[in-house]
Write a protein that binds this ligand. Structure first.
Ligand SMILES: Cc1ncc(COP(=O)(O)O)c(C=O)c1O
Length: 355
């Protein structure tokens, strides 16, 4: 394990009440920071008290958005062990994002070691109530003080931690989804597969429109034909039609979700046919009319699974599985969350202990 310099806080903050925890509003006592310069590479990895950053107003991240972020969770088992779920996948995805964004690669072992070291120091912040966890947010920002448009030469890599409750206050209750056919999220050749703030900023308009109309989230369609389903807000989308599963393929326009990958593996192990192929929204609605649309669910780190109870597209409206969580969605949630909190056996080597 890599060793990092540690400066402990002199004033520990008060921990939040685990019963009323929201998502992403409270932050722990420490953060990890590491700097990049072309001559030195990544250097000076350190854990320091959580504090505001000092940035020059000309820092290029503030103008051209050269930055990226990740998200994963640390869990505490009943026995008090601390564990992460597939953090190596976040490290790999970070490097894929960085490649697209002209940002420097980061050694995957250093990345995972930094997460482990920080989580260990702040492990008393991990809530252990059901459906709570410690959310880990690694991110990288371009720090050159330069107003020209070009890749920065210097960067900061930072990790912060936030004890969180359920992503949706309603927990596993089915959500209402608006199928967006005006705005688009990403195009082939664009940055849809990269985890960068720009993708999310550009999606806010459609999301606020959906919220105003009474929907929880947006289901994006492909940008060229506005025909094929892509992903939902901050999660990947799965459709169970006549016993088979469908989810959008990875051809650059959707985020390759780690939960998506895990669900596909688990479902295939259970004998389900999972098709990573384009699925027309029209066919989803047709399947619903024919009584073959059995379940729709979204997958992501924040909520693990979020069942979809209603879809609205082009003045058409369908209710899925009587607006109740489907049996497969529930089984997948129990399996993955069970593994994450150490109550189900980890037969695939996905759990990484923080010791
Ligand atoms: C746009 C988008 N799609 C999918 C996901 C799900 O990815 P993961 O399962 O790695 O959390 C996320 C969440 O990070 C996301 O922001």
């Amino acid at each position: 394990m890599n060793k990092f310099k540690v400066v402990l806080t002199k004033e520990k903050k008060q921990k939040p009440n685990p019963d009323t925890l929201k998502f992403g509003t409270v932050f722990t006592d420490h953060m990890f920071v590491m700097d990049y310069e072309p001559e030195k590479g990544w250097h000076d990895g350190r854990i320091v008290p959580y504090a505001p950053l000092e940035l020059d107003p000309a820092a290029s991240v503030l103008h051209y958005g050269q930055e990226m972020f990740e998200g994963l969770k640390a869990y505490k088992t009943k026995e008090g062990k601390v564990q992460l779920f597939r953090p190596d996948m976040n490290a790999k995805r970070t490097n894929n994002t960085n490649e697209r964004m002209c940002m420097p690669h980061i050694d995957e072992d250093v990345y995972v070691d930094a997460i482990k070291a920080l989580v260990k120091i702040d492990s008393e912040w991990i809530p252990d109530k059901k459906d709570t966890a410690l959310y880990v947010r690694p991110f990288m920002i371009a720090t050159d003080n330069y107003l020209g448009v070009s890749a920065s030469k210097t960067y900061k890599f930072i990790i912060i931690l936030s004890p969180v409750g359920p992503y949706y206050e309603s927990g596993l209750a089915p959500t209402k989804i608006y199928v967006e056919n005006e705005y688009v999220r990403s195009t082939p050749g664009g940055t849809g597969f990269a985890k960068i703030g720009g993708n999310y900023a550009a999606a806010m308009k459609a999301e606020s429109k959906a919220h105003e109309m009474g929907y929880d989230q947006v289901l994006w369609l492909d940008a060229i034909e506005k025909k094929y389903v892509e992903e939902i807000g901050t999660s990947n989308a799965f459709f169970k039609i006549d016993g088979q599963l469908y989810t959008a393929p990875l051809y650059g326009t959707i985020l390759p979700g780690i939960t998506r990958d895990s669900m596909i593996t688990v479902m295939r192990d259970w004998g389900y046919m999972v098709n990573e192929q384009r699925l027309a929204i029209e066919d989803v609605f047709k399947a619903a009319e024919e009584g073959k649309l059995e379940e729709v669910f979204a997958t992501g780190t924040a909520a693990v699974i979020s069942p979809i109870g209603e879809l609205f597209w082009n003045d058409k409206h369908v209710v899925i599985n009587n607006n109740e969580i489907g049996s497969l969605s529930q089984k997948l949630y129990d399996e993955l969350y069970g593994m994450q909190i150490g109550e189900k056996e980890d037969i695939r080597g996905w759990i990484v202990a923080v010791e």
